[in-house]
Every structure is written in C-alpha cells, then in structure tokens.
Ligand binder design. Structure first.
Ligand code: ATP
Ligand code: MG
Length: 647
C-alpha cells in the first residue's frame, strides 16, 4: 500500500467549514461528551417539538437499543423543503440531467419541489396510503423518484426504493418482505440509450404479490404499456385533480423513514431500517463537512437512488442543507466515455462523488475523454463503495482533479446511514487508498479475533464502539437478525464486517470484508491486497481473489482476472502475473490458480459478489444462493464452465 501523503492545499483549507485544528477539537469533544455534542448539532434541524433527551443507547447483547432525540417531533420533508422557502424559493434544488444529452436539463427550484412533493403526497393519500404504510419505489433516476421519497416522508409513509435495474423477482421479494401496499414505477426507464420496460417488469413482479397491492405509474417516455383496471393508476391523471397543499405530518424522531435492502454481496439482502431525525441530522452534517459544501455550488453524486448513497447524498443530506443536487439519469459511457465530464463541464459542477468501479472503467478508456472537457469548476472529489486502489486514486487525482482537488475516500455502509470514516477536505492530509480518520462522534476500534481492542498500529476487525445518530435501528421484520448480525460476535460493539489496518498516524485502511481474509500456511492476508497487486499490472483490468481449501497450505489463493481490452490470455502471461504478485507482495501471496474471467459477477452497484466466486473456487456450484441482484447473471455460467475444476 502506498504511504504517500498529500497535504491539504492552502486554497482548500482557506474558507473550509472545518480545518485541521477545528477537526481535532470538535472530534475530541464529540467523543468525550457525545450527549452535549449531539444536543448542539441536533438543532441543525427544524423541530416541531424539540427533544429533551438526546440519546438512549445500549449495545448490551441481546437487548440492543438505539434511540436518538427520542421525544422530539419533526418532519423530514419539511426540513428538506419547506424551511428553505423563505430564502431559497427560486434557487435550484434538483438539477436533472436526462439520459439523452439532446434532451433538455431541468432546473427544479425549491418552490417547484415544494409544489411537486405536496401534489405527490396528496396522490399517495388518494390511493389510501397512510402514516406507517410501506411504499415501494421502483423508478429510474428522474426527479419523480425524489418527489416520491419526499412525498412518503411528508405523510409519514415508509419508502423502500428498489433499484430500477433489478429483476421482477428481486422487486417482488422486496415488496413482499416489507408488506408494501403500493408500488410506484414508470412506463419505461431510458438508460445508456436503451429503454427498460419498467411497467412490464412491475407487472411480472406483482403476479407474485398480494392482490391488494396497487401500482402507480409515472410517465417518463410515454410509450404504451399494458394496464390492469382497478390496480393501476396514472400518476398524471391523479395529480391533476388533487389539492396543491399538503401539510407535513408530525413525526416522532424515531418513526421509520425508510427501509433499504443491502446489496446482498454477502448473503440474503437485509431490510435495513432508518428512522427520521437522527438519520437526517447525520446525513446533513456529513454532507456539509465531508464535501465542504458551500452555498451556491453544484454538487453531483453519481449513485443511483436505489442505493443508500443516493438516499443520503443525492436526496436527504443535500436537500436538508439547501444545496443544489444534480441527478443524472444516464451512464458514464454513453453516448461516449466522456459523458460524466461533459456533464461536469455543462453544469459547472464543483463537487463530484462516484465509485471506484466507475473510475476504473473510465481509466481503461484513456485520458483523451477527460482532457477535452473543461473541469476547472471541480473543487472536491469523492469515492465510495469499495477500497480504491492507489492506481485509480492517483489517476482520479491527477487526470480528473488536475492535482488540485482533494479526494474524500468515504467509508460507510447501508447500515450506517452516513459516512463514518473519511477525510475532511480542509482538515485531513490524504493518503491514497486510506479512508483516513473518523467523522465527529464516530469511535472506531480495531479488534482481534477474540474481540480485544488493539492499540496503536494494528490490523484486525473494524468495529464501532458507540452509536451515532445515523445508525440503522433494526432489520425490517427480523430484529433478532439485526442483533445477531451486528452485536453478537463482538459484545458491546457494532461489528462492521470489514477488516482494516490502522497505521501509526491513526489512519484507517479498509482491507475488505472479514470473510475475505484468507489464511495461507498460517499467514493471514486480505484478498484485497492480492487484487491490488494484480490490477497494478498493466495488462490487468480487474481482479477478484478468494480463498479455497488447499491440502497443504490450508487455504490456497484463487484469482479471477479480467485482462485489458485486446490482451491475449496465454500461459506465459499466467506465469508472468503469478511471478508479479510474488514480487509485489511476497512468496506467500503467489496465486495457486489464475482463471481468466471475461467478466466478474457484480451487483448493480458494482460490487463483486465474492461469495459466488468462493463457491466456484471451492467447486461447490450446486447452490450459488441468491443471484437476483447481479447485474449480469450470465457471467456466472461462463465462470463455472471455465473454472479450474473443469480443466
Ligand atoms: P451486504 O451487506 O448485503 O453484503 P454490501 O455490504 O455490499 O451488501 P453496502 O452497504 O452497499 O452493501 O456496502 C458497504 C460495504 O462497502 C462496506 O462494508 C465496505 O466493505 C464497502 N465500502 C464502502 N465504502 C468503502 C470505502 N470507501 N473503502 C473501502 N470499502 C468500502
Ligand atoms: Mg454489508
């Protein structure tokens, strides 16, 4: 791993909301007296009835209890919209860039957002949706997705957004699991120049759901769809007849705001439950400081609203802060590989937040796509989703950021609601590949396998010692799974499931899932380290590494390698890569198997599903488990057919 230090540029520190000194002081205060700290910062929201109790938290197994601002009342939508009307009515809240660059972008002001969300909320009421009811949102990245989320929040319904790229089966599972009474979809979803028949997918899904589930259809392309009388409703028809005003419902701080299913890279997706006030306090505070958001800037997070990143950092965090948030319907590579950069150029984006998988894909296409665009408005760059390898980090910093934009490598999870470990642009010197230091109120610890806290420089399991307001409260319908997944293995801590290293400067380096640590002849190593070495080779585009049972070593190293476009997979190259890893890391890390992989099984959010790769490596391909969240299930068949066991 690289230990280069990139200092905070003076022009970034200048005027930043938090500088190094302030970070140290505020961080210390937040850990020493969390009640006082969050008592102060909870007031960033507008409360209907202010809280008198800041927190009521116990991590004591098995009676885990997490409550923040428990006796306060408020409304999330009012905090994201209504309170900005006085000063920002005409300011753009959502800047919508459609899939097709020829289609005009939309600037939706806070006043318009207020009108749209109020109308949407009244449509939901017309369809019988009440406080506490679940509503599944299966929409493309269009403003209506944000309207639908905020409309639910306004009337106190609980939304569960399902990524529009998911199959009918994945949709049906989620509708049934949360017991939704309404699904909101669109006729079609344009993406990357193609169009997905979303309504048709929803029809298929609803065949597997209860008869009382209704379907609300938003018009996106206007294409014809099939129609089930009595079950299906056109949004536009209802919106034309409802009242324009909708008073926000007074919600308790701990009323659920949404359920979101995890990406399922490690098992059956969990219905993560987030509640109202603590979540919003945390999402907005992290958005403000991690991105050093300044009034008037255009902020762009490229995630989909189907992921938690889209919830916290496209919709709730930025809107609670009165920001201008860009919503992009398309993909980075259509019409060509410069689309992201053209959008930055066109809308004068200051803050850009994306995933390493997108960066690696774009890096492979060459720098010419970037250098032809004007990226001079960019000030802060961010990444999320997986560890970013130093090659991709350096490329992002040098080519996209022209060496002047700090990169905030943000570590967090669906479960955490918001960013837990990340640099703050004006405060934290960067180390490529490290998520650096904890956010205010977050107390990370490194544990050994027995659950002992390790001091100073250490490698082990990443856990969090105390609660923060954005923490998930339960798994929908399965509180026992919540307690056993996160609080059983290491008593008294929130267990993240990730491994990490803390260096001498107190910086955290996420090494991947704890499950991904392998033991080769008694040596423990993160598979991420081997992957990082492989992708550092010029002929390798992507790599995934898993352990498998090995007679002599205990565990062997099985590598799936995707080569750069045009590179021939030969025996000589296999040997070259094997030797390369050996020299990069050491003889112990020498791969036992290298399988050429034209593609890797990834979730729609770009995460490699290692549990499937592990099964193939173990030659246990009978039960591959839930593959419904894979972007391209066909990839798996190819890997099974060409596995080392079939040679
Ligand atoms: P499931 O829990 O169902 O397996 P998932 O863990 O992939 O799904 P997410 O909540 O979307 O679902 O992802 C969180 C995980 O992503 C983290 O636990 C971590 O492994 C990884 N991750 C996110 N951001 C970073 C980062 N900046 N650096 C390293 N790893 C990251
Ligand atoms: Mg997870």
């Amino acid at each position: 791993m690289s230990d280069t230090v990139v200092p905070v540029p003076p022009e970034v520190a200048n005027g930043a909301s938090i500088d190094a000194e302030k970070y140290e002081a505020m961080y210390k205060a937040s850990i020493q007296d969390p009640v006082k700290f969050w008592d102060d910062h909870g007031r960033r929201l507008d409360w209907i009835r202010p809280y008198s109790t800041v927190r009521n938290v116990s991590y004591s197994y098995p009676d885990v209890q997490i409550e923040w601002f428990g006796d306060g009342t408020m409304n999330v939508a009012a905090n994201c919209i209504d309170r900005h009307l006085e000063n920002r009515a005409e300011q753009t809240a959502i800047l919508f860039e459609p899939d097709d660059p020829e289609e005009e972008a939309q600037h939706i002001s806070y006043a318009q957002l207020h009108a749209e969300v109020s109308k949407f909320a009244n449509v939901l009421k017309t369809l019988g949706v009440r406080k506490g009811d679940r509503v599944v949102i299966y929409l493309p990245m269009i403003p209506a997705a944000a309207y639908a989320m905020l409309a639910c929040a306004r009337i106190g319904a609980i939304h569960s957004v399902v990524f529009a790229g998911f199959s009918p089966d994945a949709l049906a599972d989620r509708v049934n699991d949360c017991g939704a009474k309404l699904v909101i979809t669109a006729d079609h979803a344009p993406r990357g120049g193609r169009s997905t028949p979303l309504k048709t997918n929803a029809d298929k899904a609803l065949r597997r759901c209860g008869d009382d589930v209704k379907l609300l259809v938003v018009r996106r392309t206007g294409e014809q769809t099939t129609w089930v009388e009595g079950r299906d409703f056109h949004y536009e028809t209802l919106a034309a007849i409802v009242e324009p005003e909708c008073k926000p419902e007074e919600m308790n701080a701990e009323d659920p705001l949404f359920i979101l299913y995890t990406s399922g890279s490690t098992g059956k997706p969990k219905g993560v439950v987030h509640t109202s006030a603590g979540y919003l306090v945390y999402a907005s505070m992290t958005h403000e400081h991690v991105f050093d958001y300044r009034d008037g800037e255009v902020y762009w997070c490229t995630a989909d609203v189907g992921w938690v990143t889209g919830h916290s950092y496209i919709v709730y965090g930025p809107l609670a802060n009165g920001a201008t948030t860009l919503m992009f319907e398309g993909v980075p590579t259509w019409p060509d590989a410069s689309r992201f950069w053209q959008v930055v150029d066109k809308h004068k984006v200051s803050i850009f937040y994306t995933a390493p998988t997108a960066l690696r894909a774009l890096m492979g296409k060459g720098d010419q796509w970037i250098t032809k665009c004007d990226l001079s408005t960019l000030r802060i760059l961010g990444t999320v989703g997986e560890p970013i390898n130093p090659e991709a980090w350096n490329w992002y910093h040098r080519v996209v950021g022209k060496g002047k934009c700090p990169i905030v490598d943000t570590w967090w999870q669906t479960e955490t609601g918001g960013i837990l470990i990340s640099p703050l642009p004006g405060a934290t010197p960067l180390k490529p590949g490290s998520a650096t230091r904890p956010f205010f109120g977050v107390n990370p610890v490194v544990l050994d396998d027995q659950g002992n806290e390790l001091e100073g420089e250490a490698t082990g399991v990443l856990a969090i010692k105390d609660s923060w307001p954005g923490q998930m409260r339960t798994v929908w319908g399965d509180h026992a799974r919540f307690v056993s997944t996160y609080f059983e293995m290491f008593k008294g801590y929130y267990f993240s499931g990730d491994g990490c290293r803390r260096d001498a400067d107190g910086y955290y380096w996420i090494t991947g899932r704890v499950d991904d640590v392998i033991n080769v002849s008694g040596h423990r190593m993160g598979t991420a380290e081997v992957e990082s070495a492989l992708v550092a080779h010029e002929k390798v585009a992507e790599a995934a590494v898993v352990g498998y049972p090995h007679d002599i070593k205990g565990q062997g190293i099985y590598c799936y390698v995707t080569l750069m476009e045009g590179v021939e997979p030969t025996e000589a190259l296999r040997k070259e890569l094997s030797d390369w890893v050996r020299t990069e890391i050491g003889p112990i890390a020498k791969p036992d198997v290298i399988q050429w992989a034209p593609g890797l099984p990834k979730t729609r959010s770009g995460k490699i599903m290692r549990r499937i790769l592990r099964k193939i490596a173990e030659n246990d391909t009978g039960a591959l488990g839930d593959t419904s969240t894979l972007a391209d299930p066909a990839v798996v068949d190819d890997l099974v057919a060409n596995s080392a066991h079939k040679q």
